[in-house]
Ligand binder design. Structure first.
Ligand SMILES: [Cu+2]
Length: 69
């Protein structure tokens, strides 16, 4: 379950945009977002690279994988 550091999420719309981008990749993905800390915790069968790319396509920069299991 990868944890991403996502820079640029400032409001509920951003959370929704990130969640939708991940769900577009994997409809059954579980997404937990800690917006104040810029943390996105994903449970998904999609690859970390694909998840990263999907988040970046929404315009949120500097996505890093903190941990992946
Ligand atoms: Cu926003």
């Amino acid at each position: 379950m990868p944890i991403f550091s996502v820079i640029g999420m400032t409001c509920g719309h951003c959370e929704k945009a990130v969640t939708n981008a991940i769900r577009a990749l994997d409809a059954s993905a579980e997404v937990r977002i800690d917006r104040p800390n810029g943390i996105v915790d994903v449970t998904s069968s999609a690859s970390n690279e694909a998840l990263c790319a999907a988040i970046e396509e929404e315009g949120y920069g500097a996505v890093e994988v903190f941990a992946a299991k």
